[in-house]
Design a protein around this ligand. Structure first.
Ligand code: NAP
Ligand code: ZN
Length: 351
């Protein structure tokens, strides 16, 4: 007897690097005992989707189905699933498998799994199959990599939290952002506008460093205390030596020395933005102030749940523009022009 379930999903896929999106279908795997099947309702567009679809980082496998800010509803569960039931509102973020046994998995940092965390798209899972992401109407995922979306968050608004939310929440927590700390957020796009809300709610004094003055009013609405344009060189003189932490969310290379000069002694520049080319800096920018440069990669599953609950409790929400499946190419162009306020979210019912 054949138990094949034929889970066919409509998807938006990129046939080759930088090509326009096409509508097609893929087969999702049959449900294993610890899998859930979900109907994807919304998927956010993260700049990492664009880096991948454009093959900026150089290991793209095509055709590719991007998408890692995935929100939807459970429609079936495997026989051993205990956390979720049909009808539950759930989210999936950047990764869908890890070894579960290494030091980092055991402490909830699956993103640093020593066997290699399996990303939700453009990756090879441990069974040898390629992963396809959330620009899709259905998905099969191990329940361990699924989080619950709090009732007070609409699914479209919640979706960007699954990457942009956790990527900014996690380093702010790790570097103990709170009252008495001065934090600068560089770049106010999808990640940046959430970083401002989280850092403000955690009690820090928050400064936004944006290319222009255009986003000032919205930055103050998100909770920023100060706002400066980095196109004005006076910004770097005025703010010299001020910050405990700078969170860099910019998708392009920056003048790292200029930003290091804004740190206090012992301050840290944390990079979450991931440009394709290496950054350069003068080591004296670190030595002369015992400063550090660091990086951070999304966050673990338990921490993602904690972040969603924190956002729900404190009224933190992405500002989104919901688009149809036909508008994704145009949305990519707009993100590249920094013309997004502040996250595009695809309505999957239009696919
Ligand atoms: P986004 O919405 O495009 O935001 C990036 C912002 O950076 C822009 O809105 C703009 O802000 C600023 N910016 C863009 N180009 C710039 C330039 N040439 N010079 C200076 N500033 C510039 O992108 P996102 O989705 O937030 O993602 C940001 C970066 O984080 C991407 O590289 C992405 O791949 C990476 N990422 C990393 C992780 C991780 O785990 N580490 C997770 C998700 C995303 P202003 O208009 O305010 O200047
Ligand atoms: Zn992302």
């Amino acid at each position: 007897m054949c138990n094949h379930q034929n889970i066919t999903a409509r998807v938006l896929s990129v046939p080759s690097a930088k090509a326009p999106f096409e509508k097609s279908t893929i087969e999702r795997r049959d449900l294993r005992s610890d899998d859930i099947l979900m109907d994807i309702r919304y998927c956010g567009i993260c700049h990492s989707d664009i880096h991948n679809a454009h093959d900026d980082w150089g290991h793209g496998v095509f055709p590719m189905v991007p998408g890692h800010e995935i929100a939807g509803v459970v429609t079936a569960v495997g026989s051993d699933v205990t956390k979720f039931a049909v009808g539950d509102r759930v989210g999936v973020g950047c990764f869908v498998n890890s070894c579960g046994e290494c030091e980092y998995c055991l402490r909830g940092d699956e993103q640093f799994c020593t066997k290699g965390v399996v990303l939700v798209f453009n990756a090879v899972d441990y069974d040898g199959n390629l992963t396809y992401g959330g620009y899709s109407q259905k998905m099969v995922v191990k329940e361990k990599f699924v989080v619950r979306i709090p009732d007070s968050l609409d699914l479209d608004v919640a979706s960007p939290l699954l990457c942009a939310g956790i990527t900014t929440y996690s380093p702010l927590k790790y570097w103990n952002v709170g009252p008495g700390k001065k934090v600068a957020v560089v770049g106010m796009g999808g990640l940046g506008h959430l970083a401002v809300q989280f850092a403000h709610t955690m009690g820090a004094e928050v400064t936004v460093l944006s290319q222009t003055m255009n986003k000032k009013n919205e930055a103050l609405d998100f909770g920023a205390d100060h706002y400066y344009a980095t196109s004005d060189s006076a910004t770097f003189t005025e703010l010299a030596g001020q910050f405990d932490l700078i969170l860099n969310t910019v998708s392009a290379n920056l003048d790292v020395d200029a930003y290091l000069s804004l740190l206090r002694v012992d301050g840290t520049l944390v990079n979450v933005g991931a440009p394709a080319k290496p950054d350069e800096y003068n080591v004296f920018s670190l030595i002369m102030g015992r400063r550090s440069i660091a990086g951070s990669n999304v966050g673990g599953i338990q921490e993602t749940q904690e972040m969603l609950d924190f956002a729900a409790e404190h009224g933190i929400a992405p500002m989104i523009e919901v688009i149809s499946a036909d508008q994704v190419d145009e949305a990519y162009e707009r993100v590249l022009r920094s013309d997004v306020r502040y996250r595009f979210v695809i309505d999957m019912s239009t696919l």
